[in-house]
Design a protein around this ligand. Structure first.
Ligand code: AMP
Length: 422
């Protein structure tokens, strides 16, 4: 029969019991740490559907962006409506707030879940990947920017990320952005013959994106070009300096005037966190201010700033593994006694929620079940056999400490033993 595989660029994540350093284990743990950080910042959770009408992304992410141009998973549904698997979630968050008439209020929201982009898969770049994100809505430029960088700094600290760099820039408001783009286009016109195809297209459609061109020749040309800082109000420049001085003791913050980000909706403050340990795809999170987007999508004038965190990339960088929980492998030996033995196991679980109880469900021998318990890194085996059941006892065998002897315990003592385990 023909083998059925997963789609290119889409990963299965299966946790490995005996090796917490495997990527799926790190991903699941990173998600838990992020959730606890978001709670620590008093941010509420939002979950939106995976599918949206296609025009939501065309209108928000932008028709000139790579995402909308070539990366959307778009289909016609049975009703001939064009629908799209979300490539990012900011647009969905705004769509939801506008639809529920919540766009007149301020909000701090976080989300977590898969996104889909039809990209060329490579290390750290997948077609289905997971993003956690934060959106802070209803606040003008200022404290919200500090809050976002404070969250990033907490993520770096809690996951012990080595040598992270936060790059920041400011794109100004709509008008500043336009004036700067006009000057950039004017400056680049005489160099058109030296620009590569992609940059030439951007010169007409989205000149700002030329700033993050991968071509070294383009970058060389840009060194003498206009700088966005020359177009920014003093207040914005001061805010960036204050962010650098407030957080630079905790991690390196660089002002990078070529940082523009791939989505069209950003205005004002933008940022990205990178690590050289990731290779070519070095950004593990990014975001910025998008003050015009809510109105642009038909809602109220709601200033906002947000970020999206690439879970796979962040997990690759994380140096924090899931903590060791005490784990007990329950080995039932005789078939005749199973219902009673199973009831003992069932009751044990409710005595201590901090312990992982794994009943071995197979029919194997004691020896093979102990081997399995050791392979799974269990701390204890509780062996329930016919003889023990007759005398209302079980055998408790420590597995992690070779010197400890196994003991026979009556069921009352077992209850106390389990309750007192940490
Ligand atoms: P973006 O939504 O493009 O601003 O991306 C935010 C973060 O999501 C990036 O910094 C990456 O860490 C992650 N990311 C974006 N695209 C992909 C992808 N195709 N595969 C894995 N991670 C991604």
């Amino acid at each position: 029969m023909e083998k059925i595989n997963s789609l290119t660029g889409m990963m299965d994540l299966i946790a490995n019991k005996s090796n917490k350093e495997e990527l799926p284990n790190k991903i699941f743990h990173t998600e838990k740490v992020l959730e606890s950080i978001f709670k620590n910042f008093s941010i509420s959770q939002i979950r939106t559907p995976s599918l949206e009408y296609t025009n939501l992304f065309e209108r928000s992410v932008g028709e000139t962006s790579d995402i909308v141009n070539k990366e959307l998973y778009t289909f016609l549904d049975k009703n001939e409506k064009s629908i799209t698997l979300r490539p990012e979630r900011t647009a969905s968050v705004l769509r939801s707030l506008i639809e529920k008439k919540l766009d007149g209020d301020s909000h701090k929201l976080w989300y977590l879940g898969p996104m889909w982009r039809y990209e060329r898969p490579q290390k750290g770049r997948y077609r289905q990947f997971n993003q956690a994100g934060v959106e802070i809505l209803g606040y003008e430029e200022g404290m919200a920017e500090f809050e976002i960088i404070s969250i990033i700094s907490s993520i770096n600290k809690r996951l012990k990320i080595e040598k992270p760099i936060i790059k920041i820039n400011h794109l100004g408001n709509h008008e500043t952005k336009k004036n700067f783009c006009d000057a950039l286009v004017e400056y680049l016109k005489p160099f058109q013959s030296k620009l590569e195809e992609k940059d030439l297209t951007r010169l007409n459609s989205n000149p700002l994106r030329i700033l993050d061109s991968k071509s070294s020749e383009t970058q060389e040309i840009l060194t003498n070009g206009p700088r966005i800082s020359e177009y920014l109000p003093k207040k914005s420049l001061e805010m960036m300096d204050m962010i650098v001085s407030t957080f630079s003791q905790e991690c390196e913050i660089q002002i990078d005037q070529n940082l523009v980000r791939g989505l069209d909706y950003y205005t004002g403050f933008v940022f990205e966190a990178i690590s050289s340990n990731l290779g070519a795809q070095d950004a593990y999170l990014g975001g910025g201010r998008y003050d015009n987007l809510c109105k642009h999508l038909g809602g109220k004038d709601l200033p906002a700033i947000g970020m999206a965190i690439g879970i796979e990339r962040l997990s690759l960088l994380s140096n924090v593994l899931e903590g060791d929980k005490t784990s007990i492998s329950i080995i039932i030996i005789s078939n005749n006694t199973e219902p009673k033995a199973y009831k003992i196991a069932h009751d044990l679980r409710s005595l201590n929620n901090n312990i992982n109880f794994d009943i071995q469900l197979s029919d194997g021998s004691l020896k093979s079940k102990l081997r399995r318990a050791n392979k799974d890194n269990a701390d204890y085996a509780i062996i329930i056999g016919e003889e023990e059941l007759k005398s209302n006892t079980v055998i408790v065998k420590p597995l992690s400490d070779n010197d400890s002897e196994q003991t026979t315990m009556d069921l009352n003592d077992l209850d106390n033993f389990i309750k007192n385990l940490e």
